[in-house]
Design a protein around this ligand. Structure first.
Ligand SMILES: Nc1ncnc2c1ncn2[C@@H]1O[C@H](COP(=O)(O)OP(=O)(O)O)[C@@H](O)[C@H]1O
Ligand SMILES: [Mg+2]
Length: 234
């Protein structure tokens, strides 16, 4: 579970401040894809960056986990936040951000090498790599490099990579923006399936709602604020 509680984020803009996120409260439950939608510039990516512990809010809490065990990421040092992110958060950006020289399998395995942690954990991550490539339908493409994959396949590798350390929270920013509608729908269905199977709390930013069917809940952001109470998508 991830909870943003009364979170505000400002950016300096000349001699004033832009309020990118304005007292936002939202929750991502385990096993649920929560869509975050809204116009361009409304603060969607900023919300995701806060959830990812990549930036710290001016005020408010970013709680990873549940109840008394929840960790407030807004209070962690940079080093602690990095460790938390490595262990518990998976991130998929708009572009797949794969390393050009690595094969699909290596993109996932490198997470095991970079991830630190115990030897047992690193070997578990390596073992998961092939299993995840299979789950995203790329078992036959494990030895291909990004330029040998289509846009949709690259996004699948990025999704598998984000899940390889078995995070509690999955954060996805506009995963379909570079894809045609059919490929986009496949990626959304894949994210939904993996979220349900792996019980991740998934926050997914999307500026358009053609793929709304794949969302379990939906939050609308306008001018940095939640515009409508979270609603279950029927
Ligand atoms: N690093 C930054 N520095 C200054 N302003 C920023 C930065 N990132 C975002 N903003 C501003 O914050 C607001 C929200 O941006 P963003 O979260 O990227 O919106 P969205 O993802 O919905 O398009 C916008 O006004 C944007 O210009
Ligand atoms: Mg954005």
């Amino acid at each position: 579970m991830i909870t943003l509680h009364d979170v505000t984020l400002t950016f300096p803009d000349g001699d004033r401040l832009i309020t990118a996120v304005d007292r936002v409260t939202l929750r991502g439950e385990n096993g649920v894809v929560t869509g975050i939608t809204g116009p361009s510039g409304s603060g969607k990516s900023s919300i995701l960056a806060l959830a990812a512990t990549l930036i710290r809010p001016d005020a408010g809490r970013v709680l990873i986990g549940d109840g008394a065990d929840a960790i407030d990421a807004a209070r962690l040092s940079r080093t602690e936040a990095t460790a938390l992110r490595r262990e518990r958060i998976g991130i998929v950006f708009q572009q797949s951000n794969l390393l050009p020289s690595l094969t699909a399998r290596e993109q996932l395995r490198v997470m095991a090498e970079l991830g630190g942690g115990s030897r047992a954990r690193r070997s578990a991550v390596r073992a998961q790599a092939d299993e995840l490539l299979e789950e995203v339908g790329l078992a036959d493409h494990a030895d291909r490099r990004p330029h040998q994959l289509s846009g949709g396949q690259r996004q699948r590798v990025a999704i598998a990579r984000a899940l390889v350390h078995d995070p509690d929270v999955l954060l996805v920013d506009e995963p379909t923006s570079a894809l045609d509608q059919e490929r986009g729908a496949e990626i959304m269905r894949l994210i939904a399936r993996l979220t349900h199977e792996r019980d991740t709390a998934t926050l997914l930013v999307t500026h358009d709602l053609v793929h709304r069917d794949a969302l379990d809940a939906l939050v609308t952001v306008v001018d940095g604020r939640i515009a409508r109470a979270p609603a279950r998508v029927e």
